[in-house]
Ligand binder design. Structure first.
Ligand code: FAD
Length: 487
């Protein structure tokens, strides 16, 4: 068959695009069709207009960057950083969290004593380092990050004081979007993203949007209009929500919500693990029990970036003020704040992050209510300022959105390498990709990018091997090998 077998890719986010593009096209598999449910490409990398400028509703940081030239241990460069920094030259700013001790606000106003907060931060950092060591000693057993804290006699029944809570939140939930009692120690300590690429994180603040990265890759293999730059390749179809995937030993048939049927030899599913856990896409026959068991056990976390626009600035700016914390007696209540004065001077925009249950609560209420809550918090933080009412608010709703069902995956206790491999494993002619299938970097943009490549490679290998075994008993489908649980 000219152009090799036909492959349908479901989803045009970072992973789908990539697996479709660089890898499959490279291997001569050019007969592709990408079906994307929304009216755009990029998925969870998405800019939107807010109060006259573009902000990022989804991914914002390139995480795992090494900005320290003296650090010779880090050898790998995050592939997303190469694209953002070298190829596209997007504006970025290095996020500096080292001043949090002088920017932690009391529940009822005013700043906490710096040395007191610093002590809490030092202790929490020491516990994290202990966690890295303990994790390397665990073999087949895993424990939660909270259990690790107990081993180190750190808040054995959980943090109770506002400062302990907000520092615990900043160190854990702010990264993983779930609390330490959920997160697997072994899979997050040390975190491969920082261990392999470097400890720095760079905030993408560019009016072209972080999504330029996805367009950059797409443009490598999809036809674009030379004048507008828009993708005009018929192999990409937008507004095509897939509702059914029928697979047999001969091929696959994909049905979209608008009633169309698309036939192919293989399908690559790149939708989020949250979507896979919902019943948006029906598989016929049902996916096997081992597959669903593995997928249902993984976590889709929720991370919400709330933007607020003000008529004027009332918060401190200048060096060392970008990030500030609100130490509430309610854990996770409007905890981590960032002003955008470094990136967009004079924009008068604040960004506050909430996660998990707070995200779900906030997604379900009116934005006016969320704004009122945020205003109350700000007026408590700055009691001596005349805090003006925010003129605009933006509350992204990733969890309610049936095409995402959350923001990124978090590795929970109970899933080990074996179950994780099963999440990625193909089922017959159905292949899987997405950040949640990344071998080392689940949850991140670079994870999605590398997972797309890896899954495409699995497909290419299976196709090659299948062709070799064409007359074999399995109808030309090569069985992907998942090492056993105790191998
Ligand atoms: P997606 O981007 O979800 O792509 C899947 C595509 O499938 C989507 O376009 C979707 O519309 C489509 N789809 C879904 N259902 C169907 C269907 N039925 N039919 C057809 N198409 C369908 N990562 C970082 O590295 N740094 C960060 O700072 C960061 N912050 C984040 C903050 C937030 C709020 C969010 C939401 C994510 C963040 N991430 C961050 C994570 C990062 O954005 C993701 O890991 C990555 O973009 C996922 O890419 P993907 O291709 O796996 O999935």
């Amino acid at each position: 068959q000219a152009g090799g077998p036909k492959v349908i890719i479901i989803g045009a986010g970072m992973s789908g695009r990539i697996s479709a593009g660089e890898m499959l096209s490279h291997a001569g598999i050019t007969d592709l069709l990408i079906l994307e449910a929304t009216d755009r490409i990029g998925g969870r990398i998405r800019k939107t207009e807010f109060a006259g400028m573009n902000v990022e509703m989804g991914a914002n940081w390139v995480e795992g960057v090494n900005m320290d030239p003296a650090d010779k241990i880090i050898k790998e460069v995050n592939p997303i950083w190469s694209m953002v920094h070298k190829k596209l030259k997007l504006n970025t700013s290095l996020s500096n969290y080292s001043h949090l001790s002088s920017n932690t606000y009391m529940e009822e106003g005013g700043l906490h004593d710096e040395s007191f907060v610093q002590k809490t931060i030092n202790r929490a950092s020491e516990v994290q380092q202990y966690g890295d060591k303990l994790s390397s000693k665990l073999h087949n057993e895993d424990i939660t990050v909270m259990a690790m804290q107990r081993f180190h006699d750190h808040m054995p029944y959980g943090p109770t004081k506002p400062v302990d809570m907000v520092i615990d939140y900043y160190m854990n939930d702010y990264e993983f979007a779930e609390p330490p009692r959920v997160t697997s120690l072994q899979s997050t300590h040390p975190l491969p993203t920082f261990a392999n690429f470097g400890n720095d994180v760079c905030f993408v603040a560019d009016q072209r949007g972080f999504e330029s990265v996805v367009h950059y890759i797409a443009n490598k293999y999809l036809k674009t209009d030379a004048r507008t730059g828009a993708i005009v390749d018929p192999r990409l179809m937008l507004n095509k929500a897939v509702k059914k995937i029928k697979y047999t030993s001969d091929g696959v048939v994909v049905k979209t919500e608008d009633g169309w049927l698309y036939k192919a030899d293989y399908v690559m599913v790149s939708v989020s693990i949250g979507v896979l856990q919902s019943n948006l896409i029906r598989f016929k026959p049902h996916l096997p029990q081992w597959k669903n068991m593995a997928m249902y056990q993984f976590d889709m976390a929720v991370y919400t970036k709330i933007f607020l626009k003000f008529p004027r600035k009332f918060w401190p700016d200048g060096p060392g003020t970008e990030f500030f914390l609100y130490a509430s007696s309610r854990r996770g209540y409007f905890p981590v704040w960032q002003h955008l004065e470094n990136e967009y001077p004079g924009s008068n925009i604040l960004l506050v992050t909430v996660t998990d249950d707070e995200s779900r609560r906030i997604e379900q209420q009116l934005d006016e209510q969320t704004k009122a809550e945020a205003m109350e918090v700000l007026r408590k933080m700055f009691p001596s300022e005349d805090v003006p009412e925010a003129t605009d608010i933006l509350v992204p709703r990733w969890w309610s959105d049936r095409f995402f069902r959350g923001s990124f995956s978090n590795w929970p206790i109970g899933v080990d390498r074996y179950e994780y491999d099963l999440i990625r494993a193909p089922v017959g002619r159905v292949y899987f990709t997405g950040e949640h299938t990344s071998q080392r970097y689940n949850g991140y943009v670079h994870g999605a990018y590398l997972a797309g490549k890896a899954s495409a490679n699995i497909l290419i290998e299976c196709v090659k091997e299948g062709q070799r075994q064409k007359d074999g008993a399995n109808g030309g489908i090569w069985k992907y090998y998942v090492p056993g649980k105790y191998e």
